[in-house]
Design a binder for this molecule. Sequence first.
Ligand SMILES: Cc1cc2nc3c(=O)[nH]c(=O)nc-3n(C[C@H](O)[C@H](O)[C@H](O)COP(=O)(O)OP(=O)(O)OC[C@H]3O[C@@H](n4cnc5c(N)ncnc54)[C@H](O)[C@@H]3O)c2cc1C
Length: 403
Amino acid sequence: MEKVVIIGGGYAGIYALRELVKNKNIKITLIDKNTYHNLQPEVYDLIANKSNIADVTIDLTTLCLGIDHDYLEYKNLIVRNIDTNEKKIYTEEQEIVTYDYLIVAAGTRTFFPPSIPGLNDAHDIKKLQWAMYFKQSFENQLFKKIQDEAKQCEDTNIVVVGAGLSGVEIAAEMAYNSKKFFKRGNFSCDNLKISLISSADTILPGLNRDLINISHKRLKSLGINVITNTKLTQMDEHYAYLSNGTKIVNSFLIFTGGVESSKIKGLDDFSHNQRGQLIVNEYLQTTNDKNIFAIGDIAEIKNQNGELMPPNVTIARCSGICAGKNVLRQINGKELISCKPKLEGILIALGGEYAAGDIYGMFTVKGKIAYEIKKYVFNSYRKPLLKLIKNGYQKLQKLKRAS
Ligand SMILES: Cc1cc2nc3c(=O)[nH]c(=O)nc-3n(C[C@H](O)[C@H](O)[C@H](O)COP(=O)(O)OP(=O)(O)OC[C@H]3O[C@@H](n4cnc5c(N)ncnc54)[C@H](O)[C@@H]3O)c2cc1C
């Protein structure tokens, strides 16, 4: 029986898995260092206290249990090294997993420029434990304001570094929710301030001008202090130091300033681009080994015109589905199909029931309608997974009752 291993149960890995399980006669192993699939694009809601941990995670054990396949297993392991000659995966936990076909879907991690003293993974938005910490810190800051009410009511500052999609969404949601909180309780000490730092001359660099303008206006109306053309140069317990010579007292800082590809030994001599992404052909096979596929953020994925696709959920989905199909086709000796990624647009949550979006590059939407579209897109991804974990959970309960 052919053995297929997926490294990474993120968006790309899960889409690949859902294709692979259509063949009931192969052994499939999903490996992830976390016990859950992290719904990263929804983490801004978690931090701003609008949702909880169950809303931004999909349990991988119950997910795999909920899928009807006799030879599917999930392993909670950290992959350290791959011996591509022996087709063996070595893990931190000393377990060795063998494969015939491998799909690498290990995504990216936050890049902390070593030139910024004080910055480290305690400011990492991609790690759920830190997102939880930010959520608690945010709630604590709000509580502190109430405690301060009868005293001097000093400014409280939260600093978000990086004004790409995630930085903008987090800052907007925190600002919106703190405003709502102060209004609801009629609290007088409501001077919680959020600063958003962009090293570029605008927020959301690279996006279309309409989206930038709508978002900028919305952030301003939420009272966010947007600082452009400025870098974080240093931070310590009390201050964030900026390249414009100023410093901001900071209660906590979230860094969303950049990412780099996850590193796995054994693949370091495979062809990479400058961002560290693995080079793949149109079938998503790595150029060094036709039995190893790479998908999602960790791969350099191009459309049919040869244009580089940005790392996002649409591309993770398209590449995951295509690689899953191609592994099955390769096993069955069929011709492989090309991955034809297309960008469907972009939707940015801007606090509360307000969003802005660019749909298929054809028109711009804003306000509640954009928010509803974004909600629909998230739900359509999440719904089938929720059905599977519900299935898996029921199976687990039955097994518990039987034992
Ligand atoms: C805060 C935030 C907001 C975002 N908002 C949006 C948005 O609104 N729209 C959008 O389209 N995109 C958004 N993105 C980007 C989107 O989340 C990514 O493009 C998407 O997650 C990529 O999927 P992936 O499967 O390639 O990687 P990931 O989802 O990152 O999954 C990689 C998986 O690999 C696992 N892994 C990594 N290394 C190892 C190892 N050595 N051993 C075992 N397991 C390993 C990880 O635990 C993880 O589960 C956002 C990202 C962030 C961080």
